[in-house]
Write a protein that binds this ligand. Sequence first.
Ligand code: SAH
Length: 211
Amino acid sequence: MSINEARAQLILALRQQGIRDARVLEVMETTPREKFVSPEFADKAWDNQALPIPFGQTISQPFVVGAMTAALGLKGDEKVLEIGTGSGYQTAILSKLCKRVFTIERYRPLLRIAQQKFADMRLHNVVSKCADGGLGWEDQGPFDAIILTCAAPIRPDTLLGQLKPGGVLVAPVGQGSVQELLRYRRREDGIFEEEELMDVRFVPLLPGTSG
Ligand code: SAH
């Protein structure tokens, strides 16, 4: 199967799996996932599956990336915080759907590779740093939307505190190998509404930095 066929099939599958946000589908179709997977998996880049990236991490399954991105409900003028840059694929998708993305990765060698990709792809609205994402990015906040691509063991209160009123945070939450994907919305009165979206499998959010 050619890359074009594989790409068309994937977008069709995402639609069938319930991702209806036209902007999300378009950006997923036009963002070259093959640039973010390890070269030996390039021929699988458009399969609807998670794949290994360097240093024992993974690039998330396209369906999960699409579902989480759609759950943020981005319109284009938002300031978004992402925890867990990893390959940078989710970051690249976000960068085309909002005004500015702040992304944090705890593992420095992985961040360096992702930063090179952001530069190559001229994603000028991405700002990144190596830090413990669990602490958020207070001096750049508050944010319209926050996404965690690693699993918070419990409700991520520090990050929720960096959301604007009306803002949403999407995160896998739980301590086991399967977590619940939750969406929190900060109401204007400061109360958080919580909604369960689906079961997911993410690597855990770890404290501190490495590398
Ligand atoms: N969004 C990524 C998937 C990343 S996998 C992609 O599309 O490729 C999860 C990432 O979260 C890993 O790279 C891991 O190092 C990172 N991570 C785990 N705990 C973290 C923390 N406290 N702060 C920042 N990044 C963290």
